[in-house]
Design a protein around this ligand. Structure first.
Ligand code: GDP
Length: 276
């Protein structure tokens, strides 16, 4: 089997699984069997393929999946207010991605709004304000208030009153995983009750992705992943670890610094890039 065919078979298998509404044991096994067949036909060592299958099954907690990993939980409805909270380490591209996400949905007829609950990084509010103004998206934040919980609650309440249907809360990042950061995130989530928590990760973090994503997932109910800086050299393999750790799909990728350099995640080019 040539490489392009292999890529095609694997991406078909993953696509099939991602099309299933409920990802259960059967969907996972079907997907793994397809991938195994494709790898063996490409002369990949039998032991490697068998180990891969065992490892994936170990990572994916089938007890959780048995309860039905229903992807409908991440579908928001236009016209009905929903709160989306963004989390990730400082520098991952979180603030940039919040605006991209808002801008993308605005073009599709949504009424988004941005709330800056990042009181930790100096300049975070200015950055969000600048981006939001450029995209003509209403925003909320404060130069004086240092309590992220208070700001996020005020912002969410205000935009609910203004009938915004996609209220995006940007939270603080830190340089590394820290107890204080996770506690703050937990409090913001408890106060704003987000319909969706999106974990933003830099495509270049590589092997660190699993632990990082898992640490976030342990504090807040991450429901989706966005991988940034896919315009760089990194292949983005860490995204697979983040998916395994959070049991959540990658929904978008960032492909540049500009507002419209943002794409719906597509399995096929992603897999080609991993194999290429
Ligand atoms: P935050 O600390 O997580 O909020 O990160 P920022 O949103 O401030 O982004 C950090 C840097 O990464 C900024 O210089 C952004 O312009 C840049 N950035 C964000 N997303 C992308 C992307 O998809 N591609 C590239 N090339 N740069 C990005």
């Amino acid at each position: 089997m040539v490489l392009a065919e292999l890529g095609g078979s694997i991406s078909r298998a993953i696509q099939q699984m991602s099309n299933a509404t409920i990802i259960d044991e059967k969907a996972l096994n079907d997907c793994l069997n397809e991938i195994t067949r494709a790898l063996l036909q490409s002369d990949v060592q039998f032991k490697l393929v068998r180990d891969m299958q065992t490892n994936i099954k170990k990572i994916v907690n089938l007890d959780d999946l048995a309860a039905g990993h229903n992807k409908r939980k991440i579908i928001q409805q236009k016209g009905k207010p929903s709160v989306v909270m963004f989390v990730g380490l400082q520098g991952s591209g979180k603030t940039t991605t919040c605006t991209k996400y808002a801008y993308y949905h605005q073009k599709k007829g949504w009424k988004p709004a941005l709330v800056c609950a990042d009181t930790f990084r100096a300049g975070a509010f200015d950055q969000l304000k600048q981006n939001a103004t450029k995209a003509k998206i209403p925003f909320y934040g404060s130069y004086m208030e240092s309590d992220p919980v208070k700001i996020s609650v005020e912002g969410v309440e205000r935009f609910k009153k203004e009938n915004c249907d996609l209220i995006i809360v940007d939270t603080s990042g830190r340089h590394k995983q820290e107890v204080a950061l996770f506690e703050e995130m937990r409090q913001v989530a408890e106060a704003t009750k987000p319909d969706l928590v999106i974990f933003v990760m830099d495509s270049s973090i590589g092997q660190a992705a699993f632990d990082q994503a898992q640490a976030f997932k342990q504090s807040v109910a991450v429901g989706a992943v966005i991988v940034t800086k896919m315009d760089g050299h990194a292949k983005g393999g860490g995204a697979l670890s983040a998916v395994a750790a959070t049991k959540s799909p990658v929904i978008f990728i960032g492909t540049g610094e500009h507002m419209d350099e943002f794409e719906v995640f597509d399995v096929k080019p992603f897999v080609s890039r991993l194999l290429g």
